[in-house]
Write a protein that binds this ligand. Structure first.
Ligand code: SF4
Length: 345
């Protein structure tokens, strides 16, 4: 089991639920835009939000965001250790540094000491592009071993300063490399691991890549927090992250089971399934809901669902645990939803 790390109000690692996080992408000088995005992310279920602090002006974002959301805030720092220190002073709950570009060990030490003194955790965030030259030469490129070694160097530096509130990320855009790197890291340290595929791509492909990379590791029992990186609205990152956890049974929620439809389908299953998914998305209950095309095979094929509907000729049937309960006419979705809400109470 990994160590417990406390990030503001969130506990990460040590058997805590896997958290979903995302990053703001409004310009650093657009305070209102960043605040609005942070509020939207929190509403979508984001549990930890990160903001870039590329310059002094961006420090103003920290109090503005902190006063608008209740989820912890992480400052993302590159190149300038003094910005990390000032972010901590401004009240961030965690600092993410990229060891490859934060400067000399002496500079990094200043950041570590400041975080330790204020109890602010540090995420060591290594990626393929940040691995030190000598490690690239030694391992013949940004291999899993090189990524892990780069992260461990910085973990040791933090440990030497008497601090252990550490989270580690070792991201690659190459899925096999990313998966191998995290598996190796999980054997070498017991700090919480932040999982993600870097530069994963657009919403469609990035979601697929992330589901494979992050999902494989979570199935191995590796990973304490996840970020799905997408070239798109960060709310989509949060939705994808939550759906990955839901699909793996790591998060409570309503899971939709729906058939691909075929020539036997009598009702418009595609729009019904989408509507049921949309209307059950925010329900905090563990439930498997089936939407099936035909009454002949639907209830049997979806017998592991708690409740469902299957299409018939100009009607549908409601079934529970594979057994037909009654015939439905009129608005099937409304009736299914009211049954679900009854189960909730
Ligand atoms: S449940 Fe019925 S409509 Fe759906 S795929 Fe199976 S046979 Fe076809």
């Amino acid at each position: 089991m990994t160590k417990k790390v406390k990030i503001g109000s969130l506990t990460m690692g040590g058997g805590s639920p896997v958290s979903v996080q995302s990053m703001l992408c409004a310009h650093y000088y657009d305070i209102e835009g960043n605040v609005q995005q942070a509020v939207e992310l929190e509403k979508a279920g984001c549990e930890l939000v990160r903001v870039s602090v590329p310059c002094e002006q961006a420090l103003q974002l920290i109090p503005a965001i902190k006063s608008s959301v209740s989820i912890p805030l992480v400052a993302d720092i590159h190149f300038d250790p003094s910005l990390a220190i000032r972010s901590v002073e401004a009240g961030v709950d965690k600092v993410r540094i990229n060891p490859g570009n934060i400067g000399s060990d002496a500079m990094a030490t200043r950041v570590i000491d400041c975080c330790r003194d204020r109890g602010v955790p540090i995420r060591v965030g290594v990626n393929s592009g940040s691995v030190e030259k000598e490690l690239l030469q030694m391992y013949g490129g940004p291999t899993a071993e090189a990524l892990v070694e780069s992260a461990l160097r910085h973990v040791r530096l933090i440990e030497e300063r008497g601090y252990d509130q550490i989270v580690v990320a070792i991201k690659s855009s190459n899925i096999p490399t990313m998966v191998s790197a995290y598996r190796l890291m999980a054997k070498k340290c017991d700090y919480p691991l932040h999982l993600g595929v870097t530069e994963a791509g657009t919403v469609r492909m990035g979601t697929i890549k992330s589901a494979i990379g992050i999902g494989s590791l979570l199935l191995d029992g590796i990973g304490d927090t996840i970020r799905v990186s997408l070239t798109g609205d960060p709310v989509k990152e949060v939705e994808a992250g939550r759906d990955i956890l839901l699909a793996l049974g790591l998060r409570k929620g309503v899971e939709i089971v729906s058939c691909p439809t075929c020539g036997r389908t009598e009702i418009d299953i595609i729009s019904i399934a989408n509507e049921v998914e949309r209307r059950t998305r925010d329900l905090k209950m563990d439930l498997k809901v089936a939407v099936m095309g035909c009454v002949v095979n639907g209830p049997g094929e979806a017998s592991n669902a708690d409740i469902g509907i299957a299409g018939g000729k100009d009607c549908a049937v409601l079934f529970k645990n594979g057994r037909i309960v009654r015939k439905l006419t009129g608005d099937y979705v409304d009736q299914l939803l009211s049954e679900i809400h009854r189960m909730k109470n």
